[in-house]
Write a protein that binds this ligand. Structure first.
Ligand SMILES: [Zn+2]
Length: 184
């Protein structure tokens, strides 16, 4: 799933819990490397100087292609989406902080949500589940971006659910506000 949607759905799921910001941060954590390295590659290649570029779209596609081939992105993408690496992290956090909810465990649970959702929404580009100790991959039932694997249906359903959930949140907030102004 794309990074923004990971963040939104995590926010929606945990909005009444403590440490919402840490959950959401964890849910976008595995993808942050793309944005950092995108900016890095853009700067090192002077990609923002589109004026001199005869075909800026082509350059952008090449940049995105090279981004995913870049060794730093390749390793961190696999590590960030690995249940094995996540497992090590949660064991350390539990031993260190105990079982209660802390910013660290909130971050880890947000991260886990990301990994599980990606397991279900990537097919051809699925990452080894237990990287780096095994190359076993699970092909998800749908791909959030690949039209060969129902990306259109996924996008339609996801967008509809986001709109409905936003309406739900706004109506609830509005009702609460009205009840508050009535009572005061
Ligand atoms: Zn991801």
């Amino acid at each position: 799933m794309n990074t923004l949607h990971h963040g939104y759905w995590t926010f929606f799921a945990v909005r009444k819990k403590k440490y919402v910001g840490w959950f959401v941060f964890g849910s976008i954590l595995p993808d942050i490397v793309y944005y950092v390295m995108f900016i890095y590659l853009s700067v090192t290649r002077n990609a923002f100087q589109v004026v001199d570029d005869p075909d800026p779209m082509h350059s952008l596609f090449r940049l995105i292609h090279d981004l995913f081939e870049h060794p730093v992105v390749f390793v961190l993408r696999q590590a960030g989406h690995s249940l094995f690496i996540w497992g090590i992290a949660i064991v350390i956090i539990l031993l260190w902080k105990g079982r209660r909810l802390t910013p660290w465990s909130a971050l880890a649970y947000g991260w886990l949500g990301h990994v599980v959702i990606d397991l279900l929404t990537h097919v051809e580009d699925a990452v080894p589940v237990f990287y780096p100790i095994s190359s076993f991959t699970i092909r998800g039932p749908i791909s959030y971006w690949d039209d060969d694997y129902h990306a259109g249906v996924f996008s339609l359903v996801n967008t509809t659910l986001i709109i409905l959930s936003l309406i739900y949140l706004f109506v609830k907030k509005w009702r609460k506000k009205r009840a508050f102004t009535k009572s005061s």
